[in-house]
Ligand binder design. Structure first.
Ligand code: BES
Ligand code: MN
Ligand code: ZN
Length: 448
């Protein structure tokens, strides 16, 4: 394509590409101003490499979106090289800004994106996928002072009204009544009350039934096992799993996927207030199993225990939980790859779908022989087993709450927050897993 432009625009254009050392590698961007009789236009050339994969096109579209932040009208031929939806997603997600707290916001100015060679039928789908990811990013980036568990529950109710989903919210009294001892135990140290939310997408003639469960810690101070200040700085993001579940549910409803889905979110702060759960306390969870809390900073598994137990009661075909669960997952896989643990077939599917969406997952094992590491002398299990294999021992605890229902656990502690601006990713809350889960549900809906 650059070659076509060279023949049209001439040597000057080629010289500009050379000056900017543009070779066509992914991530490379070159700019040129073409002056003609009709006025002047900015031309942006983005690298695609030879034979680009789906996500390469999405990344290049992100590079374009970033380079065109100040252009109101943009035209691109990127859809000739990959799926149209990927171009829409990449361009849109790259122009994401979270600047509502700036006194001088600098929003993207692009109003229209004209796509040459596009498949018109899938544009709306790309828009829904990008919007869902950006909704998750907004929820993750919002400061906790402005987003309590009850605020998130209210948002879920509003989304229910807008999209036709049935939404069930349990407040503190109802959680006591329902014996959600894990969630209540984590919430005990906070002055803001917890919530547990079910969002139901129940289309007529649905084929299949899936439950999603999200960890929604609206702030993780560690509780009485207080985190050091530097580790606490980013802990507003500890509700990323819930943000993903809420955003996926909204998208599933808007796309009206022909599959039944329930999205459960367990929402609470983890704070060291006067009534906080203490190391040595034992909590009785929704399914009756007891957990000795030795480290109040291992709180995610306590709220997920109740969420998973509830999901299991609904008897879905399978359960996926999504959580910023362990530092161990970050040590193992870094900041851009998530861990998937549990049912081997489901894990393989998530990894496969993630190859298309550009969200990378890698499977870690669920070793039976490590189960004894979470044995407690006084309760059914304890909530910590030390540092080695902590992502695995956390998952082994979760496995106690899904009965015989096929289940996978996504530990997104690393990629839930993206470390830098690149392609369509923006520094801060990423919404990682949102698009993969929507695509997974879409696949399940059509394959029965
Ligand atoms: N929310 C954290 C895990 C986390 C770490 C998320 C880094 C994002 C980035 C979780 O609640 C936690 O504190 N886990 C501890 C448990 C430990 C104290 C047993 C961990 O994995 O270090
Ligand atoms: Mn914690
Ligand atoms: Zn946490």
């Amino acid at each position: 394509i650059a070659a076509d432009l060279v023949s049209e625009l001439g040597d000057d254009f080629q010289a500009a590409l050379d000056d900017q050392e543009f070779e066509g590698k992914v991530g490379q961007v070159a700019k040129y101003r073409a002056v003609g009789p009709g006025g002047s236009r900015k031309i942006v050339v983005v690298g695609l490499c030879d034979d680009p994969q789906e996500d390469t096109v999405r990344v290049a579209s992100g590079d374009l979106g970033r380079a065109c932040m100040k252009s109101t009208d943009v035209a691109t031929d990127l859809a000739m090289f990959g799926p149209t939806a990927a171009v829409v997603e990449g361009f849109t997600m790259a122009q994401y800004r979270f600047d509502g707290y700036k006194s001088e916001p600098k929003p993207a100015l692009t109003e229209t994106l004209t796509m040459i060679g596009a498949d018109e039928g899938v544009i709306a789908r790309g828009e829904v996928l990008a919007a869902a990811t950006m909704r998750a990013r907004d929820l993750i980036n919002t400061p906790p002072i402005d987003q309590s568990p009850s605020d998130l529950a209210t948002l879920c109710e509003e989304l229910g009204v807008e999209t036709g989903m049935r939404v069930v919210v349990r407040d503190e009294a109802e959680l006591v009544e329902g014996r959600f001892g894990g969630l209540l135990g984590v919430a005990a140290g906070s002055s803001r009350p917890p919530r547990l939310v079910e969002m139901w997408h129940e289309p007529d003639g649905a084929d299949g039934f899936v439950a999603l469960v999200g960890k929604g810690i609206t702030f993780d101070s560690g509780g009485l096992s207080l985190k050091p200040a530097s580790s606490m700085e980013t802990m507003k993001t500890d509700m990323s799993g819930a943000a993903v579940v809420i955003s996926v549910m909204e998208a599933v409803a808007r796309l009206d996927l022909p599959i039944k889905v329930v999205g459960i979110t367990a929402l609470t702060d983890n704070m060291p207030g006067g009534l906080a759960t203490k190391p040595g306390d034992v909590l009785r969870t929704r399914n009756g199993k007891t957990i000795e809390v030795l480290n109040t900073d291992a709180e995610g598994r306590l709220v997920l225990a109740d969420g998973l137990a509830l999901a299991t009661e609904f008897e879905p075909d399978f359960i996926v939980d999504i959580a910023t669960l362990t530092g161990g997952a970050v040590v193992a896989l870094g900041e851009k790859i998530a861990a998937v643990i549990g049912d081997d077939d489901l894990a393989a599917e998530v990894i496969e779908v993630g190859g298309g969406t550009g969200e990378r997952f890698w499977q870690l094992p669920l070793p039976d022989e490590y189960r004894k590491l979470i044995d407690s002398p006084i309760a059914d299990m304890k909530n910590t087993a030390g540092r080695s294999g902590s992502a695995l021992t956390a998952a082994l605890l979760l496995a106690e709450f899904v009965g015989d229902v096929p289940w996978i656990h996504l530990d997104i502690a690393g990629p839930a927050s993206w470390p830098d601006d690149e392609g369509y990713q923006c520094k801060g809350g990423s919404g990682f897993s949102t698009r993969t889960l929507i695509e997974l549900l879409a696949t399940k809906a059509t394959s029965g």
